[in-house]
Design a protein around this ligand. Structure first.
Ligand code: ZN
Length: 416
C-alpha cells in the first residue's frame, strides 16, 4: 500500500518535472527575444548588425546574428531595430549610500557598481537579494568600512571584521590629502594586506603618489583604486602591474569634481543629468559663496593639475597593456552617480583611448578586474542579461553612451 502510494507520488513528481518548463512558461517566466539591434557584445568580436538576444530567467541564452539565433516559440519579442546594444556599464569604483542609489545608477546604464567602502546595512541587504531574474536595479558589491587601523594588531582585527561581513574586497586609503593629514604607515598596510590574503580577500588601495603605489604593490595590493596623480608612471610600475595582473581604476571624475564647481557647470542644464540629479547637492554647489570658495581653494587648483597627470598616466598604462577598470568614485557629495560614469567615459576618450578601449574598460575588463566575469561584463550565453540600448553607436563617438533609449537588467527594463 505504502509502496504503491510512493511509486504513484514518484510518477506524479516525474510528470511534474516533464511539464515544468511549460508550466513556468505559462506563468510568465520571462523568455524574451530582443531583435534587430546592432550588438556590441563586449568581446573582441566585431559589432553584429541585426542581432538577436534571447533571454531566459534573466540570463542570456544566445546572442548573435539573427540568422544563427533561434527565437524559442512563445518568446516575447522586443524590437530594437535601429538601436545599438552594449553590455551594462560596470563601475569598478563607486560608493553606494543606500538602495535608492542603485536605481539612479541603473537609469544611466550603470548596471553594476563595485562600492569601495562605507555602505550601510541596507546595501549589504540589497547585495544579498540581487541574485534573481526579477532584478531591475543595479547590482552592488561592497567593501564595508574603509579600514583605518592604528597598529598591525588592529589591522588584523579589522580585516577579521571585514571577513565576517563577507565583503567582496578590503579597502584602505594611503594618502595624506595633499600633505594635510598623516598617511597610513607601511607596516600597517602590510598587516592589512597580509591579513586579507590569509583570509582569501583581495585589497583595493586608494592612493595618490607613485612611490606609494610601488610600495603598496610590493606589499601585495590587488587593485589600484585611483590614478597615480603626482607624477608620470614609469617602466618599473608598468612592469609590476602587468606581471602581477593588477588593474588600475582611473577615477578621472573624482578629480573633475574637486574643481568643476568653481562656477555652475554646463552639465547642470543637461536634461539627462537633471532627470535623476541630487537636487540638494545641486543647490549647495550653485551657491555663489561655495563656488568662490572652490575657485580660491589651493587644493582644487592642485587637483586640476592632477587630472592632467592622471589622464597622461591612463594613456601610458593603456598603451603599455595594463588593464584599466572604469571607475569614478561617485557617491560622495557632488559626485553624481550614473551621469558621472558617462562623463568618465568621455574623459577617458579625451585622454587618448579609443571608444573601443573605453567601452572594454567599462564592461568586460571592469568585470574581470573585480572577478565578476563569470556572470557579467559581456553579452554571451550564461551571463546575466544586463545591457544598455542606445540610439547611436558609441564606437563612432563615445558620447553616444548618453543617448540611452532603455536599460535592461536581467532582461528586465529598468524604470527611468
Ligand atoms: Zn572611493
Amino acid at each position: 500500500m505504502v509502496s504503491t502510494m510512493m511509486s504513484a507520488l514518484r510518477e506524479l513528481y516525474i510528470a511534474a518535472l516533464l511539464v515544468a518548463p511549460t508550466i513556468t512558461f505559462a506563468q510568465g517566466t520571462p523568455v524574451r527575444a530582443f531583435t534587430g539591434a546592432t550588438l556590441i557584445d563586449g568581446t573582441d568580436r566585431a559589432p553584429v548588425p541585426n542581432a538577436t538576444i534571447v533571454v531566459r530567467n534573466g540570463r542570456v541564452v544566445a546572442a548573435g546574428p539573427a540568422a544563427s539565433v533561434a527565437v524559442p516559440a512563445g518568446a516575447t519579442r522586443v524590437s530594437l531595430s535601429g538601436k545599438t546594444v552594449i553590455p551594462g556599464i560596470i563601475n569598478a569604483h563607486g560608493h553606494v549610500n543606500g538602495p535608492a542609489d542603485l536605481a539612479t545608477y541603473a537609469a544611466y546604464g550603470v548596471t553594476t557598481v563595485f562600492s569601495l567602502g562605507g555602505e550601510p546595512a541596507s546595501v549589504f541587504a540589497a547585495r544579498a537579494a540581487q541574485n534573481t531574474p526579477t532584478l531591475d536595479h543595479a547590482r552592488v558589491f561592497v567593501a564595508g568600512p574603509v579600514l583605518a587601523p592604528k597598529t598591525p594588531e588592529e589591522a588584523r582585527t579589522q580585516v577579521a571584521g571585514d571577513a565576517e561581513q563577507k565583503v567582496d574586497i578590503v579597502k584602505i586609503r594611503v594618502d595624506d590629502n595633499l600633505g594635510t593629514v598623516p598617511k597610513m604607515a607601511p607596516e600597517i598596510y602590510r598587516a592589512v594586506i597580509d591579513g586579507a590574503h590569509k583570509r582569501g580577500l583581495r585589497v583595493a588601495t586608494h592612493l595618490f603618489y607613485l612611490a606609494d603605489a610601488k610600495s603598496l604593490l610590493a606589499a601585495g595590493s590587488d587593485f589600484i583604486a585611483h590614478s597615480v596623480r603626482d607624477t608620470d608612471v614609469d617602466a618599473d610600475i608598468i612592469s609590476t602591474l602587468k606581471r602581477r595582473n593588477v588593474c588600475v581604476s582611473p577615477t578621472l571624475m573624482r578629480e573633475v569634481s574637486t574643481f568643476v564647481y568653481e562656477k555652475t557647470p554646463e552639465f547642470f542644464s543637461d536634461s539627462l543629468f537633471l532627470t535623476h540629479a541630487n537636487r540638494e547637492w545641486m543647490a549647495a554647489l550653485e551657491k555663489p559663496a561655495a563656488q568662490q570658495a572652490m575657485a580660491a581653494s589651493p587644493s582644487a587648483q592642485k587637483y586640476k593639475v592632477a587630472l592632467g597627470v592622471a589622464k597622461r598616466n591612463l594613456k601610458k598604462l593603456s598603451d603599455a597593456g595594463v588593464t584599466i577598470a572604469m571607475g569614478t568614485d561617485t557617491g560622495p557629495n557632488g559626485r553624481f552617480q550614473g551621469y558621472f560614469e558617462l562623463m568618465e567615459l568621455e574623459q577617458m576618450a579625451s585622454a587618448g583611448l579609443t571608444p573601443r578601449q573605453v567601452l572594454a574598460s567599462a564592461t568586460r575588463d571592469a568585470a574581470r578586474c573585480m572577478k565578476l566575469d563569470r556572470d557579467l561584463g559581456t553579452l554571451e550565453a550564461g551571463k546575466w542579461a544586463d545591457f544598455v540600448v542606445l540610439d547611436a553607436n558609441p564606437l563612432t563617438n563615445i558620447s553616444n553612451v548618453k543617448r540611452i533609449a532603455s536599460v535592461y537588467i536581467a532582461g528586465n527594463q529598468v524604470p527611468r
